[in-house]
Design a protein around this ligand. Structure first.
Ligand SMILES: *Cc1c(COP(=O)(O)O)cnc(C)c1O
Length: 374
């Protein structure tokens, strides 16, 4: 049996006709940029996030970048970011001219460790940008407490966590603003790029709205130096087909996670995902930790199981960030994770049968590598 990492074929068997009629609706409406689909989606996604405002933009990176710009964060400023996040969190900071200041994760939750935040706050720090990595909400309350004590903003990177809850509250409204991505493989994905800024701050929403559209409120009047990064009308129409299914899809992911947790329980040499008491994760990824990860991944591939690694090289060791001068060993928890994390197949259509195959293949691969490694 072949198990894909994410089964788009099964998803499109479920909603293919809906996607096609949404695309036809856009073609027939002949309003292709900032039309009624984007407007309606913004309203619907804000409501879903239990937040006041949503502004659709071109992608998740632009969402994060425009938030920082709207908060007047730029040259000379520092923004605290997770050391083990996808590089986009860092790039948003760099793109506004500020400096990303990495913090190691909590080794159990893989999310930014609030206990390490205070130590890196300086006179230049302007914001803390936790990511809800793998769909697990970050521990926001102590992060907010630290931010309030030092007059900092809290910006959520919610690109992997559409619908997750922290102490009952939806991500997206937990800080000053949140950036979402609708990259196709995300829990809520478009058929191309897309993103959104969600916030309860009317001023931030208004600034982002201005910045995403050439700094213009009225056609051919430009108030600020804006950019062109609007959520596409076609993508908004597609997202409106998927949004009503997101709760059900996230529940399916959650049941699938429970099945993995039960099937892999007690497997020596494997660290399972940890769900904090206050977390309602949406399982964007199901990430285990194992020594000899590359060997285990290769063995599973031979068994037809497609797995992925999020992420194999942390941002501080990327060539792009060589100018910051970090060397190997600077962030040992993050670096160990990058050698040991393995993401198992997961998705809103994954079947019990596929999961049983994944669990069997993983058990066999881990046992085999432990026999060899001693
Ligand atoms: C996907 C992702 C982004 C960026 O989203 P794009 O739409 O690809 O620009 C940012 N942060 C995290 C954590 C992501 O997973």
């Amino acid at each position: 049996m072949r198990v894909p990492f994410l089964d788009f074929a099964a998803m499109h068997a479920e909603i293919g006709p809906g996607l096609e009629s949404a695309c036809a609706r856009v073609i027939n409406a002949r309003s292709f940029v900032l039309g009624r689909e984007v407007e309606a989606f913004e309203r619907e996604f804000a409501a879903y996030c239990e937040a006041e405002h949503c502004v659709g933009v071109g992608n998740g990176l632009d969402a994060l970048t425009l938030i920082l710009q709207a908060l007047d964060i730029g040259h000379g400023d520092e923004v605290i970011v997770p050391a083990n996040t996808y590089i986009a969190t860092w790039l948003a900071v760099s793109r506004v001219g500020a400096t990303p200041v990495p913090v190691e994760p909590d080794a159990a939750t893989f999310n930014l460790d609030p206990a390490r935040v205070e130590a890196v706050i300086t006179a230049r720090t302007r914001a803390i940008m936790p990511a809800h990595l793998y769909g697990q909400p970050a521990d926001i309350d102590p992060i907010r407490t630290a931010a309030e004590r030092h007059g900092l903003k809290v910006v959520e990177d919610a690109a992997q966590a559409h619908g997750a809850r922290y102490k009952g509250r939806r991500v997206g409204g937990l800080g000053h603003a949140a950036g979402f991505s609708f990259y196709p493989s995300k829990n809520l994905g478009a058929i191309g790029d897309g993103g959104a800024v969600v916030t309860n701050d009317a001023v931030v929403a208004d600034r982002v709205r201005l910045l995403r559209n050439y700094g213009s409120r009225t056609k051919y009047r430009h108030d600020v130096l804006g950019v062109n990064t609007r959520l596409d009308e076609l993508q908004a129409a597609v997202l409106r087909v998927k949004l009503p299914l997101l709760e059900q899809w996230n529940r399916h992911r959650s049941s699938a996670a429970d099945r993995y947790l039960a099937a892999l329980q007690g497997l020596a040499g494997l660290q399972m995902p940890h769900v904090a008491a206050w977390a309602e994760p949406v399982w964007h990824l199901f990430v285990v930790r194992v020594a000899d990860r590359d060997e285990v991944q290769a063995a599973m591939r031979i068994d037809g199981i497609e797995t992925m690694v999020h992420y194999p090289l942390p941002p501080h060791l990327q060539a792009a960030y060589a100018p910051l001068g970090y060397v190997e060993g600077a962030f040992p928890i993050t670096e160990a994770m990058s050698r040991e994390v393995l993401s198992l197949p997961m998705g809103p259509q994954i079947t019990e049968g596929s999961q049983a195959c994944v669990a069997d293949a993983l058990r066999a691969a881990v046992a085999c590598s432990r026999r060899r490694g001693g």
